[in-house]
Design a protein. Structure first.
Length: 155
């Protein structure tokens, strides 16, 4: 939960299975309110994404994530890669050679009864979560919230 590396690679090592990014939802939008964690005001353009990290062999979802990317804070190549939606954020950062700094801003626990949206309803049982901010060139650029189903990790 506190590692700040690429989640996809960590999951592949843990479960000994190739993991793919399964896009669920992606759209550009203008923020309706300021977002202090990205240090932006209402009206800023962001890319909202929802993905699952899925085992290529088993088809099991090991984690799901919801992200907000401040498009103006991303280098052109990364912005284009994110808009294509073909790979995960961590993989694209590595592929583009972008220097980043990740800050964990929240850790959480969600019981099965607390979930109220389609992304989290994909899982049965309890979840642990974490949220972190990614700085690109020193500026806040990406917010990621990840959700991990406890049952998958308990064996």
């Amino acid at each position: 939960m506190v590692a700040d590396g690429t989640v996809t690679k960590s999951l592949e090592a843990w479960f000994w299975e190739p993991v793919k990014v399964s896009p669920l939802h992606q759209k550009r939008l203008l923020l309706e309110a300021s977002l202090p964690l990205l240090e932006v005001e209402a009206g800023a353009e962001v890319l909202q994404r929802e993905v699952c990290l899925t085992g290529r062999t088993t088809g099991r979802d090991y984690a799901c994530a919801r992200s907000l990317l401040l498009l103006s804070a991303l280098p052109a190549g990364m912005r284009e890669g994110m808009l294509e939606g073909r790979i995960g954020i961590g993989e694209l950062l590595r592929e583009q050679g972008v220097e980043t700094y990740r800050e964990i801003v929240d850790l959480g626990y969600l019981s099965a009864g607390e979930r109220r949206d389609a992304l989290l309803a994909r899982f049965e049982g309890d979840l642990v979560s974490r949220a972190y901010r990614i700085r690109v060139a020193g500026e806040p650029a990406i917010l990621v919230s990840e959700f991990f189903p406890l049952a998958v990790y308990r064996g």
